[in-house]
Design a protein around this ligand. Structure first.
Ligand SMILES: [Zn+2]
Length: 82
């Protein structure tokens, strides 16, 4: 499956503090993903910071590239789902 931009889904995941989201219609579970700034590979969530308040919503998400092991953050607008 190709990663896609889905600002609505990304916002929901940030809001609920979850890094994956089940589509109850299809049974598919979406995960946050971003392109590695060095080699452009899909990178998955390495760790998250959550707000103490606001229902534990996500503050920052750090991704880790499976190819070069770089950890990085990207603006929310660059985060995709896969
Ligand atoms: Zn990389």
């Amino acid at each position: 499956m190709e990663a896609k931009k889905a600002p609505g889904l990304v916002s929901r995941m940030f809001g609920t503090g979850e890094v994956s989201l089940l589509d109850t219609k299809t049974g598919y579970r979406y995960s946050l993903v971003a392109y590695c700034p060095k080699d452009g590979d899909y990178s998955y969530v390495d760790r998250v910071d959550r707000f103490e308040k606001a229902g534990k919503s996500l503050k920052t998400v750090t991704f880790k590239c499976p190819t070069c092991s770089t950890t990085f953050e990207v603006p929310k607008t660059k985060i995709m789902v896969i």
